[in-house]
Design a protein around this ligand. Structure first.
Ligand SMILES: Cc1cc2nc3c(=O)[nH]c(=O)nc-3n(C[C@H](O)[C@H](O)[C@H](O)COP(=O)(O)OP(=O)(O)OC[C@H]3O[C@@H](n4cnc5c(N)ncnc54)[C@H](O)[C@@H]3O)c2cc1C
Length: 450
């Protein structure tokens, strides 16, 4: 419970209408996509970086936790106020401030929805490539805090590759500017990189400068049915060495294919071990050339070419995650990454776990980056079993030289595995950085380390 004088002070900072203690509001800000829930004591809706700065000074005076929140679509519990306190909902900071066509950058506020930004710059012939599958509802602030990826990372990289500069409020209330408007710049420590992916624990972003590219004039898609998964490494190798590398190479396993078929009756995802959804972009000619090259690869292997319509194919991709609930009422969604040369071994390991523990384990995702979304489906009574399978997946990932999180972050769900991957000296350095920047452990406490 926050003291009355704190509530009064918050109302003075953001206005009475922008502070809520109502149970129904608290419930709406208590969860994220992990289904982990914890009620905050209050929710505030700040309008500016100055207001956030005052809130942080107040939090340090009265020692209550503050949790920044975008759309709450995070997959690792990052926005869940696990220690109570205040949720800082960024939905009023939602303006696209300036698009500079000549220097190809855009200033945005953190509450802007990812797809709105993408569409706004595309109207000017510009391109913001990061494309998390949650782009219709996730915010740019949340994307930066988690360093979101997405299908297009194969060719274009992830969120961090587009952040030029940040305005941010430190946990102790100071307002800082990091980075620069230029493409190059090495002045001092790279604080922008430190803050990207910091999962709402080191600073609150209030203004973001993003790099833009020219919008590619053409794109094409193709869906390949792989009848024997042993063909996968060779196909991947050839695709990744194509002169015009595909924009996206997404994998769908047989279990995901079955669930999508049961729901949508597409008569498309059957009679194969798995599918590859590939998108290419560039000029019209270069797109045609790469599609022809892919056709040649398919003809050489035991691979069928199924469909080439762009939006239909992405509809299938988007349908996978919700369709999997046919297999269980609860879901753990892991986002492991292995070196691309080890992907077949990882898929085989996942299949063996499914058999050994008799629990549905499906995988799909950004295979072009070696990034697989491994989904374990279970009923409430099977949680312990699902936890054991999770640990097996993390072990296998690390033994193949991979990493436990490619884009969802550590948050709450992977905190217990952090020390499996990161050496104690490095964890200690991370904790010392956190203590230096946030001496009272005010900002998003309880995340990253158990
Ligand atoms: C269906 C679905 C598909 C998804 N697909 C992808 C995908 O393809 N790729 C991918 O990377 N992720 C994906 N995600 C995960 C999620 O959408 C991303 O992690 C996204 O970046 C979270 O954005 P958000 O606005 O919802 O942030 P939230 O969930 O609200 O917050 C996430 C973290 O960011 C912090 N935060 C939020 N705003 C700020 C701010 N202004 N300053 C500082 N910290 C802040 C929070 O404290 C929290 O730690 C998916 C999620 C769903 C539900």
């Amino acid at each position: 419970m926050l003291p009355k004088k704190v509530i009064k002070a918050l109302e003075k900072i953001v206005g009475k209408d922008c502070v809520s203690l109502k149970k129904e509001d608290l419930l709406c800000y208590a969860y994220d996509a992990t289904q982990i829930t914890h009620l905050p004591d209050a929710v505030v809706f700040p309008h500016s970086c100055e207001e956030i700065s005052k809130i942080m000074r107040l939090a340090n005076e009265y020692l209550f936790p503050v949790v920044p929140r975008g759309a709450g679509s995070g997959m690792s519990g990052g926005a869940v106020p696990i220690k109570g306190g205040l949720v800082l909902a960024m939905s009023h900071l939602n303006r696209i401030l300036e698009i500079n066509e000549e220097d190809m950058w855009v200033w945005v506020e953190p509450g802007v929805i990812t797809r709105d930004l993408k569409m706004a710059v595309e109207e000017r012939g510009l391109f913001y490539p990061p494309d998390p599958a949650s782009q219709a509802f996730s915010t740019i602030g949340g994307n930066i805090a988690e360093c979101a990826g997405g299908p297009k990372a194969v060719k274009y990289g992830v969120t961090k590759d587009y952040v030029l500069a940040l305005e941010a409020v430190l946990p102790t209330g100071e307002i800082i500017q990091t980075g620069k408007k230029t493409i190059k710049g090495v002045t001092g420590y790279d604080l922008t990189s430190l803050l990207i992916g910091s999962e709402g624990t080191l600073a609150i972003f209030t203004k973001i400068l993003l790099k833009l590219l020219p919008l590619p004039p053409a794109k094409g898609t193709v869906l390949l049915a792989i009848r024997d998964l042993n063909a996968l490494p060779s196909v991947m190798h050839q695709l990744l060495r194509a002169p015009n590398i595909p924009t996206a190479i997404e994998f769908i396993d047989d279990l995901c294919g079955r669930c999508v078929e049961e729901g949508f009756r597409l008569d498309l995802l059957k009679d194969a071990d798995g599918w590859l959804l590939i998108e290419v972009d560039g000029t019209k000619n270069s797109v045609e050339e790469v599609l022809k090259f892919i056709e040649e690869i398919a003809n050489k292997g035991d691979i069928d070419i199924l469909k080439m319509e762009n939006e239909d194919i992405w509809e299938i991709r988007r349908a996978i995650s919700p369709s999997l609930y046919r297999l269980g009422e609860k879901k753990f969604n892991h986002d492991i990454v292995v070196p691309r040369s080890r992907i077949l071994e990882m898929i085989k390991k996942i299949k063996s776990l499914k058999k050994a523990y008799n629990i549905p384990v499906a995988c799909f995702g950004h295979i072009g980056d070696g990034n697989l979304h491994v989904n374990i489906l279970f009923k409430e009574g099977e949680r312990e079993q699902a936890e054991i399978v999770t640990a097996e997946i993390m072990k296998a990932t690390l033994s193949l030289g991979g990493t436990i999180s490619g884009e969802h972050g550590i948050g709450l769900t992977k905190a217990k595995f952090l020390s499996w991957e990161v050496r104690p000296e490095a964890i200690d350095l991370m904790k010392r950085l956190k203590r230096t920047i946030d001496p009272n452990n005010i900002l998003n406490p309880g995340k990253i380390w158990p």
